[in-house]
Design a protein around this ligand. Structure first.
Ligand code: ADE
Ligand code: ZN
Length: 343
């Protein structure tokens, strides 16, 4: 029997707050708050999606907005974050970096600052309850004005080292100009926050390049388009930039035609650091361990290579040194166990 991938210690670097919600929790909270859910989020869940064009992205975004609207109370927020940490803990993740755009929630929770403070407190509580530490990445929306991103960067900077560890840029990569967000990322960098924009998901290698040149990315959300540009990939490998690859997201949104077509092997062969992530399990279905299952079954990675993926997730994280060391030791132990005795 193969080693269980749920017991492989790892870190989770690419998970969105709204998209982390359990489907059952969405349905329960919608009933509680009398929010009507479309069938795509009830009987037809997980929805058929495609982000191949603007219409497809719009549908994804609309479902996302509906999901966001069921989170009404402080208890709802605390529940989502604790469940995300608990689900991660159950799948071997000892460290979770949860990405959130506060703009979509601020109006319900008394403004940007009270909302972020609540999220930070809930993340700390979730860490204590589950044993999986939760850190926050504040993400700006690239379809909004870059000045909004600066406001969020200033907010994130105030909480640097106090729960917030990074600054991101999300939403439809075919919109907005990366360089326009440079000033926001400079504010974040000056505060010591990691630069973790999405890039090379829905757009090509030039988008990844812009994240490196204009935003000084430490990690790239997705980055799979880098596989199409060997020189770019060499640069990513040399710079030690971690690519947060989310296989089941890529398949659900039509970025890859099938799990086997996610360019994981070429990225690894070029020496790039890759950390697997679930992105939005609420909309796609599979959570974190399933990403490693794809790597094993669709991509044919050996347990040694899967252990290396887990190591890269830990090294690419900003987990405290003791947490990193514990996870890395656990990975070595996982690999040392005979394959037949676990699983
Ligand atoms: N926000 C949530 N999921 C996303 C994705 N896959 N790409 C860009 N922005 C997102
Ligand atoms: Zn994402």
């Amino acid at each position: 029997m193969a080693r269980s991938l749920a017991t492989l210690p790892k870190a989770h670097l690419h998970l969105h707050f709204t998209g982390s919600m359990r489907h059952a929790t969405l349905v329960e909270l919608a009933a509680q708050h009398r929010v009507h859910l479309p069938e795509a989020l009830v009987s037809e869940w997980p929805p058929q999606l495609s982000a191949a064009d603007e219409r497809g992205w719009f549908r994804f975004q609309r479902l996302y907005d509906i999901a966001r609207s069921v989170l009404r109370t402080e208890a709802d927020l605390r529940r989502i974050i604790t469940e995300a940490a608990a689900d991660d803990a159950a799948e071997g993740s000892g460290w979770l970096e949860l990405q959130i755009d506060p703009s979509g929630y601020a109006h319900r929770f008394g403004g940007l600052t009270p909302f972020l403070e609540l999220v930070i407190d809930a993340a700390a509580e979730a860490g204590r309850l589950t044993g999986t530490g939760v850190a926050i990445i504040v993400a700006a929306n690239r379809t909004r004005h870059p000045l909004d991103a600066r406001t969020l960067a200033r907010l994130a900077a105030r909480y640097a080292g106090r729960g917030v560890v990074g600054f991101g840029l999300s939403s439809d990569e075919r919109r907005g100009t990366v360089a326009d967000f440079g000033p926001a990322f400079r504010i974040a960098a000056r505060a010591g926050l990691l630069s973790v924009p999405h890039g090379g998901e829905l757009a090509g290698p030039a988008s990844v390049l812009a994240c490196l040149d204009d935003l000084h990315a430490d990690r790239i959300g997705h980055g799979v388009a880098s596989a199409r540009d060997p020189a770019l990939l060499d640069r990513i490998a040399d710079a030690g930039v971690t690519l947060e690859v989310c296989p089941t997201s890529n398949v659900a949104l039509g970025v890859a035609a099938s799990p086997a077509k996610v360019p994981l092997r070429p990225l690894l062969a070029a020496g790039a650091a890759v950390a697997l992530g679930a992105d939005d399990p609420l909309l796609f279905g599979p959570r974190l361990a399933a990403q490693y299952e794809v790597a094993r079954h669709a991509q044919g990675l050996t347990d040694g290579q899967l252990a290396e993926l887990a190591r890269m997730s830990v090294r690419g994280s900003v987990a405290p040194p003791a947490v990193k060391a514990g996870l890395l030791d656990g990975i070595t132990e996982w690999l040392a166990e005979p394959a037949e005795s676990t699983g």
